[in-house]
Ligand binder design. Structure first.
Ligand SMILES: Cc1ncc(COP(=O)(O)O)c(C=O)c1O
Length: 464
């Protein structure tokens, strides 16, 4: 097997292997091959130590007050907010702290002025937390349109996108939503569509949750109106904090449907009047996670100390290595063992890939079977549909008619019920790499896949 390091990045390999020993030693101590970074990143031990030191040394009270402990907490929260804005070069944005990317997306869903003159255009390759926004749009009488990705490479179908944006341009309030990187296929979608849609009068929601852990998002260069992010996906700790970045020029487009503690400057009970706060406070309902938000700054400082460009380069070389090695694997009869979905060009891929596995007779392994065996070997990968049904429907060639027939045939259902009804496969296996991945983690996975060689599904299950 070729070594992952080319002559050019030996230094990087030494650097990241050393980082693994220093910061992520628990992986090797417990013999884990962790390959689910798109699910959640891993924290460095130094992040925890710094946060613990802060909590041990400070007395922090609920912000929104002027007492000394409250002021200290406010100061730390505002420092973290400034850090987020500078990390993304987001100087003309507000940073709203939320619980996670899904909560950020829900704010857009409930506050965007859909209505009978409203439209939502979204890519078929979206996480369900973006897909869910259609319920608000449709519920208020707006029109939702999906734009497909191409079967061959899972990239945006430009022709249909252009047409869909054109068709919806007559609506007054129109939102275009797409992910900067697919959480399933790892495709990095072309960010030029942000400006293109804006020029057609759309507001643009860029879901950056899967993109920012291994790519630089520079909001001084592209200017989506809204950006959703979860911090545990970038640096592992803390969980439970995300943010919504709102471009200042788009702030007043959002109509918050209610108010809560911390989001108003004045409320009257007698007259039922209120004034909403301006800026990030408007969308931060109640008490923010003020003990953990300071750890966001610690996390971003940590990532900056390594360099997001360096992480990006490393992730790319790891994905290139594992993809190339897996694609070399064949049964003796010449049939491939693995099918990897998505584009061939590594510049269009981020840190995750999806694939299916085939036995010697060409039958697809159920993804559960694969996961059952990788679990036994302490390899953490992910399988299923990854909360992104659009990609799965395309990869498994499910037609609109078939899906419609299934949904009208029952009031309730699930994944397995649908497989039985349609007689078609669903789901895939996802592998994702990140800051702490080493070549050895990937070799363990590749060796597992080599174990499928020349076997039928039954033979493989019996031996293992
Ligand atoms: C692209 C994308 N968007 C949104 C989400 C939702 O993130 P969270 O579960 O942190 O709210 C995820 C999570 O995997 C994601 O990958």
């Amino acid at each position: 097997m070729e070594n992952v390091v080319s002559a050019l990045d030996i230094q990087d390999d030494v650097f990241f292997n050393h980082l693994r020993e220093q910061e992520y030693n628990r992986l090797d101590e417990s013999k884990h091959a962790y390959l689910d970074y798109t699910g959640g990143n891993l924290y460095a031990i130094s992040q925890i130590e710094k946060h613990l030191k802060l909590l041990n040394s400070e007395v922090l009270g609920n912000p929104h007050s002027t007492n000394p402990t409250s002021l200290k907490a406010t100061h730390l929260v505002e420092e973290a907010r400034e850090k987020v804005l500078s990390f993304f070069n987001a100087h003309d944005y507000y940073c709203v702290f939320t619980q996670n990317a899904s909560a950020s997306l829900k704010i857009i869903g409930e506050s965007y002025p859909f209505g009978t003159n409203g439209a939502l255009v979204l890519l078929a390759d979206n996480h369900n937390s973006v897909n869910g926004i259609r319920e608000y749009c449709n519920g208020k009488g707006g029109k939702t349109t999906y734009v497909p990705v191409q079967y061959e490479d899972l990239e945006i179908n430009s022709r249909i996108l252009i047409k869909s944006l054109e068709d919806a341009s007559k609506f007054e309030n129109k939102l275009f939503a797409f992910p900067a990187q697919s959480n399933v296929s790892g495709v990095k979608h072309d960010l030029k569509w942000v400006e293109y849609a804006q020029n057609k009068g759309f507001d643009v929601l860029l879901d950056a949750a899967a993109y920012v852990p291994s790519s630089k998002l520079d909001l001084s260069k592209i200017h989506p109106d809204f950006v959703s992010i979860s911090f545990y996906k970038i640096f592992g700790y803390p969980t439970g904090i995300g943010c919504l970045l709102i471009r200042k020029s788009a702030f007043h487009k959002l109509q918050k449907p209610w108010f809560a503690g911390g989001t108003v400057t004045l409320v009257s009970v007698a007259t039922q009047n209120k004034f909403l706060a301006n800026g990030h406070e408007r969308f931060e309902d109640g008490t923010i996670n003020y003990l953990n938000i300071p750890a966001v700054k610690i996390g971003l400082d940590y990532i900056e100390s390594i360099g997001i460009e360096r992480i990006s380069k490393r992730v790319r070389s790891l994905i290139e290595f594992v993809t190339t090695e897996l694609q070399k694997l064949h049964h003796e009869n010449g049939k491939p063992i693995v099918k990897i979905f998505g584009p061939k060009d590594f510049n269009h891929r981020g840190g995750n890939i999806i694939m299916n596995f085939f036995d010697v007779e060409g039958h697809a392994f159920p993804f559960e079977e694969i996961e059952k065996h990788t679990n036994k070997q302490m390899i953490s990968i992910r399988s299923g549909c990854f909360c992104n049904p659009g990609i799965d429907e395309i990869n498994n060639c499910l037609t609109t008619d078939e899906l419609a027939t299934y949904f009208v045939s029952r009031d309730n259902g699930n994944y397995y019920d649908m497989i039985a009804f349609l007689g078609k496969m669903r789901g895939a296996t996802r592998l994702s790499v990140g800051i702490a991945t080493t070549q050895n983690d990937l070799v363990r996975f590749i060796e597992f896949v080599q174990g499928l060689k020349n076997k039928t599904i039954q033979e493989f299950s019996q031996i293992n």
